[in-house]
Design a protein around this ligand. Structure first.
Ligand code: FES
Length: 579
């Protein structure tokens, strides 16, 4: 590109003047040992880092950032690394989801308020990917995602075990008495044996795949293991590319189009991705002004085969996915079967998604299966509606039991998560394999933060009988590493006055995933009278602090759980401050 076509650098508003303001902006930066020439027209590239030792999945990010910097320097840019709130899934209470929006606000204001021309987002653990994309979308600078990559395969007794999924499986086996506590505990070290994110197709891997399918990262970003040297090559190349993106003025809004989201929904079905993607994609779309509805998941995703054979739906792990060809291989399969809706969608490397994937090699048909031999014929996310979920609910068919996809059963009701924990162990609990477990008050406002508790463990007495799955319904979310016939994200939630709040023990509920319905078998009059009796009786959990702000402003699951006041892009303009 010729000099005359170069866009004016945004950072010049800080560093480009030879006056009192320019002096002050530069002078304080110079205390880091930065020479004069660095301020003379180089694109300034932010590296937005979610490194934290309390977010173990992102704990290798200082090293990752160094490789991004090498690429930026090589391309003639000026890298500036900055920290943002890091919400790790494994440690943060009550749930990392409570702080996704908080982190996105930190990201948005950090990018907009500081002198940078573009930004590299270092993401990994579940909520860090959507939070950083949401914040960056609201500013809309040239942006590129670099994920931290998955952990190596977990190991137990010489066999592979998957992050999270192994915990649910082994815990149920221990409760059923088929393994000992010692065997359970010995899995602890072997499951997480390298840097990186969960190695199953949980939410972190799903969102890394979504970032790549949306076109916001370089090809193969999703699956290269965290400790593979090629992860650092990708970070380096992303550093080079982001400098070029400044010259091309390739902003996030040119990448995050409606077409990109439609591609991502299709890819989510093909990979057997997490239900959490429904909420996060809606929230990201909401920031960039792209309309996306629950029904899009049915219209676009339905009929798409799941071809990536990864836990928790299938057999393998992210390490094998990369060796088999990674996401470009899976996208190639979709495209060859005319299942990629928008091949021309632009990605951050300036090529279309299809140009990046059409010749991608596929090395293992067991991991990236041919379309004619899918893991699940009809993957994707099942969207449910009915009098129990007027604004929708979701279920992941690939993680569910086929015989329960159409089921009518008697409700066993838990008023909240504590009630569930105290009641589920009761040997006299009136429950059998046909019952439906219902949990209330675990939605965005109710928990608050909509924790991943929707995959309620089964009653021990049924586990002991060899029962491994039951229909479960709640307004909660579920870990992407979990499985079962679990209806999630019921909206409106119980705390917001939704019908879930009026379900009683012994009520019959009818679930039909084939026609997308979820109904409570009571008359309209009974429904109206129970709702009227309950109106106004729900007390919010927090009366002050951030949790109060969250409860007051969080939108329901069908709207992406963003804050009402954060929707939309506010751009990168910032009032000029005169010292
Ligand atoms: Fe961080 Fe799973 S706990 S990716």
């Amino acid at each position: 590109m010729s000099e005359t076509k170069k866009p004016k650098l945004r950072s010049a508003e800080w560093f480009g003047t030879q006056d009192k303001n320019g002096f002050m902006y530069r002078s304080w930066m110079k205390n880091q040992g930065i020479p004069d020439h660095e301020f003379q027209g180089k694109p300034i590239i932010g590296i937005c880092n979610t490194w934290s030792e309390l977010t173990p999945c992102n704990a290798h990010f200082r090293q990752l950032a160094e490789h991004v910097k090498k690429g930026i320097l090589e391309a003639g840019g000026f890298p500036v690394e900055f920290p943002v709130f890091s919400n790790g899934e494994s440690n943060l209470r009550p749930t990392a989801m409570l702080t996704r929006n908080l982190a996105s606000m930190d990201v948005e204001e950090s990018i907009r308020g500081n002198p940078m021309d573009a930004v590299v987002l270092l993401v990994g653990c579940d909520k860090t990917t959507p939070a950083l994309l949401m914040g960056a979308a609201s500013v809309d600078l040239p942006t590129i995602v670099v994920s931290g990559g998955p952990m190596l395969n977990g190991k137990l007794n010489g066999k592979n075990i998957g992050s999270g999924t192994a915990v649910w499986q082994l815990h149920e086996q221990m409760k059923a008495g088929t393994i000992t506590l010692h065997q359970f505990m010995s899995a602890e070290s072997g499951m997480s044996r390298s840097a990186g994110t969960c190695n199953t197709m949980g939410t972190a891997s799903t969102m890394a795949c979504m970032a790549e399918a949306l076109g916001t990262s370089l090809p193969h970003n999703a699956a290269i293991p965290a400790v593979d040297s090629r992860r650092y090559v990708l970070a380096h190349m992303s550093g080079i590319r982001i400098v070029e993106m400044v010259q091309e003025d390739l902003r996030l809004s040119k990448i995050l189009t409606r077409e990109a989201f439609e591609n991502a929904i299709k890819v989510n079905a093909a990979i057997g991705g997490s239900t959490n993607a429904v909420i996060h994609l809606k929230a990201i779309a909401g920031r960039i002004g792209v309309p996306l509805e629950l029904e899009d998941w049915t219209a676009i995703g339905k009929g798409t085969p799941t071809i990536v054979d990864l836990l928790p739906s299938g057999r393998y792990l992210m390490e094998e996915f990369y060796y088999a060809g990674g996401l470009p291989g899976a996208i190639r399969r979709l495209g060859e079967g005319n299942l990629l809706p928008h091949k021309h969608a632009l990605t951050v490397n300036g090529k279309s998604l299809w140009q990046n994937c059409e010749e991608a090699p596929i090395y293992d048909d067991e991991v990236i299966r041919p379309l004619a031999k899918p893991l699940i014929e009809d993957g994707g996310i099942c969207i449910l509606r009915g009098n129990l979920a007027p604004r929708g609910a979701v279920l992941k068919p690939s993680a569910a039991s086929p015989h329960l996809m159409k089921h009518r059963g008697k409700a066993v009701v838990f008023e909240d998560f504590d009630h569930y924990k105290s009641r589920i162990l009761d040997p006299d609990l009136d429950v059998d394999a046909d019952s439906i477990l219902v949990m209330k008050n675990c939605g965005p406002k109710g928990y608050p933060g909509m924790a991943e508790v929707g995959n309620m463990g089964l009653p021990p007495k049924l586990l002991a009988q060899g029962i491994t799955d039951m229909v479960r319904i709640s307004d909660a979310r579920m870990s992407g590493t979990a499985y079962g016939t679990v209806v999630l994200h019921v909206a409106p939630e119980a705390m917001a006055g939704g019908p879930l709040g009026i379900v009683q023990d012994g009520d019959f509920i009818a679930l039909d995933c084939h026609n997308g319905s979820l109904n409570l078998d009571i008359s309209d009059d009974e429904m109206a009278s129970r709702l009227a009796a309950r109106a106004g009786s729900q007390a919010p959990v927090a009366k002050s602090g951030y949790q109060k702000l969250y409860i007051d402003h969080v939108l329901q699951a069908d709207e992406g759980c963003d804050f009402d006041f954060l929707l939309g892009s506010r751009g990168s303009a910032v009032p000029r401050h005169s010292h």
